[in-house]
Design a protein around this ligand. Sequence first.
Ligand SMILES: [Fe+2]
Length: 228
Amino acid sequence: MAIVIERRDARTQSQGVEPGYGQTAKRWPSQPLQRRPQTASELAGPLRVERRLQPVRGDLAGYGAKRAIGQLIHLRARVVDEDGAPVRGAVVEVWHCNAAGKYIHPNDAHDAPADPNFYGAARLIAGDSGLVELRTIKPGAYPVPDAGGWWRPPHVHFSVWGRVWLSRLVTQMFFPGEPLNDSDAILNAIRDPEARSRCIARLVPADNYLVYEHQLVVRGRKSTPGMP
Ligand SMILES: [Fe+2]
């Protein structure tokens, strides 16, 4: 029996090039996307991505001699397909700024202090249940340069690779209850409110640290919207 994958609803995906945010024009195609089936030649490309991209530390809060500054959080992200089945072996790259809103990237010119005990990126491999876990601190908000007072809400960037290099989801996770979520041009480039809500993590009660759970749906009608 042929496997039928439901086509995405455009309203549940980012509209792509976002006016007022110059980088989206560089990162997104300006023309409508074309469907490109994965044929034998694509699927025969480099396989076993998880072997080629080795895991990199899964504890962003414990990079230095002391714990990083900020609210300690435990992030549980689950990679699933359109049926909710776990995608074992998916390579999940995670990056976010520190509690003051500063990235470790040298291009970040924001006037906020770096934290020597914080490293802002990790690479994790999804286990049998599709789960990746990360100990880190809650990222801060930061202003978008030359954007007229637009601040990005706290968010975590994700890049998820499937079995082959062509199979990749790049997206962002947001935190519940953040007032800046309502005005964020990247999040609100997704027109469907229900699809936007799928980009916001769920806070789970726990002692000692805040636990956030999130689901990354890599394909199908309910797939997680891609975001630059
Ligand atoms: Fe960011």
